[in-house]
Design a protein around this ligand. Structure first.
Ligand SMILES: C[S@@+](CC[C@H](N)C(=O)[O-])C[C@H]1O[C@@H](n2cnc3c(N)ncnc32)[C@H](O)[C@@H]1O
Length: 279
């Protein structure tokens, strides 16, 4: 691909998804987009770019989705889940005795292992809350393909083996063609929709916990700051933000304090946080 095509495609994915490629990622674009071009009966990158220049919304969405990295697993990096069980949820449950309501958002949920891990954790350790409270786990992702996968609740043998103890697999999944399907009592805790973090998410309402893990790493500092500002605005003042192990708010947002009772990247809105980013 020539420099002009590289610049065009980098600008496109930056505008549509926030993905910041920087220089010299030709190999990444080519490895993802040549197969995509072929699936659209286009010969290669030059034809793909020519079609995109004539503005083809379907193809633009396909390029955006093809450039996302969807790596995930059940109970990924385990510590945040231990801390959700031992610290975050007990704190919230003590504070929400009157409203009896709990809303958790997985804001880049990929194929759904993260929201279903949270649903399993709730079933295993807080059955009376699941039974008697209004509990909602919202799973969103930019890629419609990922949202459909989440919604199907179906996983291959390989996927369930990654991070999910056998005991929990047998208890919460049933066998289906080609693998395992999440059982209904787990599924009904989770709802799914498409949401691009670059767009306003005010319509999603307020949350007690936001998981935003392993997605900010793909964005530039300005985009990370804007998204963190919006997340602050959709968290209850006493809510929690959980980032990925390689992610931080430091140098990006003044709106959060590190939650010192947790070892992983857990933050709370500052008492006087002015989440002024327009939503
Ligand atoms: C590496 S996965 C992380 C999955 C999960 N949170 C975890 O930590 O295991 C990153 C996900 O972010 C999604 N993503 C990328 N850009 C996004 C955006 N602008 N808005 C919402 N989701 C996005 C991708 O589609 C992908 O599924």
């Amino acid at each position: 691909m020539n420099q002009e095509e590289y610049d065009f495609l980098s600008r496109l994915v930056m505008r549509t998804s926030g993905l910041h490629l920087g220089p010299n990622k030709q190999y990444l674009l080519e490895s993802r987009l040549i197969p995509l071009a072929q699936s659209f009966d286009l010969e290669g990158i030059p034809e793909l770019v020519a079609r995109l220049r004539r503005s083809d919304a379907l193809l633009e969405t396909a390029v955006t989705e093809a450039m996302t990295t969807n790596e995930t697993s059940f109970f990924r990096d385990i510590t945040p889940f231990d801390e959700l069980r031992d610290t975050i949820l007990p704190t919230l449950i003590a504070d929400r005795g009157t409203s009896k309501s709990l809303r958790i958002w997985c804001s880049a949920s990929s194929t759904g292992q993260e929201p279903f891990s949270i649903a399993i954790l709730l079933h295993e350790h807080f059955p009376e809350i699941v039974q008697n409270w209004r509990v909602e786990i919202l799973a969103t992702d930019i890629a419609e393909k990922m949202v459909s996968r989440c919604r199907s609740g179906e996983y291959s043998q390989l996927e369930v083996q990654r991070g999910l103890p056998i005991r929990l697999m047998v208890k919460h999944f049933e066998q289906c063609d080609g693998g395992w399907r999440v059982k209904d009592d787990l599924r009904k805790l989770v709802s799914f929709r498409r949401q691009n973090l670059l767009e306003s998410f005010r319509h999603l309402g307020r949350f007690d916990v936001v998981f935003c893990r392993n997605v900010l790493i793909y964005f530039d500092a300005e985009t990370k700051g804007r998204i963190l500002g919006q997340i602050c605005g959709c968290l209850h003042q006493d809510g929690f933000l959980v980032l990925g192990a390689a992610e931080t708010v430091i140098g990006l947002s003044e709106s959060f304090d590190r939650f010192r009772d947790c070892k992983s990247a857990v933050y709370r809105p500052k008492a006087d946080s002015a989440c002024t980013v327009s939503r």
